[in-house]
Design a protein around this ligand. Structure first.
Ligand code: 5GP
Ligand code: ZN
Length: 148
């Protein structure tokens, strides 16, 4: 996992937006991009971020709320599709260190859930195994592209 210390700009997510750092991007538009979390809690765990830097909830432009939510909605719908078969999703924005925010570029987590997955979810929180992100990204991109 990158840290701000490795980043040319001091923000690893700005580096992903500018394509200075690689990521498995599954969706992008003029305002937001969505990419796979490098240490997912569950297969398909995706982060949705505004292209323009803001650190957390306080300073994100409220006008970006709609595009962020719309992208999270697309990702959630894709995760419920035939390749991932999620039954639901957790959508979370960790705001501030006390809330376990570790990357200070506003982001929304979209984490797929299945009925009865409490044990594997808890295990995922602890192990955060990446799996084959390239293959997962290909599947999720295809699901999202099929929505258009
Ligand atoms: P937070 O704890 O700040 O809400 O979540 C930050 C998330 O960003 C974590 O789930 C972490 O795995 C993910 N992350 C940190 N650095 C990188 C990176 O360089 N690339 C990607 N794709 N995800 C990252
Ligand atoms: Zn940033």
């Amino acid at each position: 996992m990158s840290t701000a210390g490795d980043s040319p700009t001091g923000c690893v997510f700005c580096d992903i937006v500018s394509e200075t750092s690689p990521a498995h991007v599954v969706y992008s538009d003029d305002d937001v991009i969505a990419f796979l979390d490098i240490s997912p809690v569950a297969r398909g765990h995706t982060l949705v971020i505004p292209r323009r830097h803001s650190a957390g909830l306080d300073d994100v432009d409220p006008a970006l709320g709609a595009p962020l939510l719309a992208a999270a909605q697309r990702v959630a719908k894709a995760l419920k599709g035939s390749a991932f078969r999620a039954h639901g999703v957790n959508v979370a924005l960790n705001d501030g260190r006390a809330a376990m925010q570790t990357v200070f570029h506003t982001h929304i987590h979209v984490i797929p859930r299945r009925h009865g997955d409490k044990v594997s979810f808890a295990k995922g929180l602890l192990t955060r195994r990446s799996g084959d992100l390239a293959a997962i990204g290909t599947e999720l991109r295809a699901e999202i592209a099929a929505q258009r």
